[in-house]
Design a protein around this ligand. Structure first.
Ligand code: ADP
Ligand code: UDP
Length: 237
């Protein structure tokens, strides 16, 4: 399957049409962004690492019965996916407090959240991805009540599967973001799952091994991603 027309160039990935109207190619670039795209840098190997990481995770989720857009890894930095009509809402699950939750409520980073929390954010860089809720999403026509319920159920299911997977590598899954879309009337997990869109800490030292290394200028960003990949068994070459 070959890339055809460029449909969209995002902050980290480019989206291409294919000869099949139901399928797209996502190209994982080395671009790394923070502050809703206001800071962008190139990090060597990121595209390849995230593509391989995402393929591994998507397969684990499919094995657990979660429907995803993943079809096939095409090359080091390209994946073939189902073409979804994306719902413009980011679904965030948190097991421990970090990031915007800490800033918003003045919590201590690392406070355990029992049961895990679930939040929705409107995907709009210009507005800084503001927090929204189910009611707003329904009234603005982004998704139906039933679609939102399915997204919530799937997000918690993903959390269960991945918390166990990371735990086996002596890692803590602190929080993560998912995006869903519609494929022939079904809610399907889209976009990517990689250290760009989640927080992962070493279980013992609490060392950050995710995109916070970039956001907080801690250095060794991709080395952190590769460490996580190695511990959970992602084949990187
Ligand atoms: P952003 O849009 O936040 O800058 P990316 O650089 O990752 O993000 O761009 C990828 C874009 O592709 C995102 O807007 C995402 O919502 C969209 N996308 C991901 N998976 C699919 C899919 N299966 N079908 C259609 N669009 C998708
Ligand atoms: N996240 C993301 N994309 C976004 C916003 C958040 O992938 O546009 C991820 C982020 O990496 C973290 C989780 O969602 O794993 C929760 O992010 P948070 O709300 O704490 O926001 P942040 O601190 O990134 O501003």
């Amino acid at each position: 399957m070959q890339r055809q027309k460029l449909l969209y160039k995002g902050k980290a990935k480019s989206v291409y049409e294919t000869e099949d109207n139901d399928l797209l190619i996502l190209h994982f670039r080395d671009d790394t962004s923070a502050l809703d795209g206001k800071r962008i840098e190139q990090l060597a190997r990121k595209g390849v690492v995230n593509n391989r990481f995402n393929a591994f995770i998507m397969q684990k989720l499919a094995d657990a019965g979660i429907e995803t857009h993943f079809e096939e890894q095409l090359s080091d930095d390209e994946v073939l996916v189902k073409r979804l009509e994306m719902i413009p809402v980011e679904c965030v699950v948190r097991n421990f407090a970090a990031g915007s939750l800490v800033r918003r409520l003045g919590l201590e980073e690392g406070q355990e959240l029992t049961p895990p929390t679930y939040e929705l954010f409107y995907k709009d860089d210009g507005l800084g991805d503001p927090m929204v809720n189910e009611s707003i999403s329904i009234s603005l026509g982004w998704a139906t009540d039933a679609q939102l319920a399915k997204m919530k159920e799937l997000s918690h299911q993903v959390n269960q599967v991945l918390t166990a997977l990371f735990d086996a590598g002596d890692l803590i899954l602190v929080d993560f973001k998912l995006e869903f879309g519609v494929f022939h009337d079904r809610i399907v997990l889209g976009d990517e799952f990689s250290p760009d869109g989640c927080r992962i800490w070493d279980k013992v030292t609490k060392k950050k091994l995710d995109k916070d290394r970039f956001r907080q200028s801690l250095g060794d960003v991709i080395e952190g991603y590769e460490e996580v990949a190695k511990r959970i068994g992602v084949p990187l070459s």
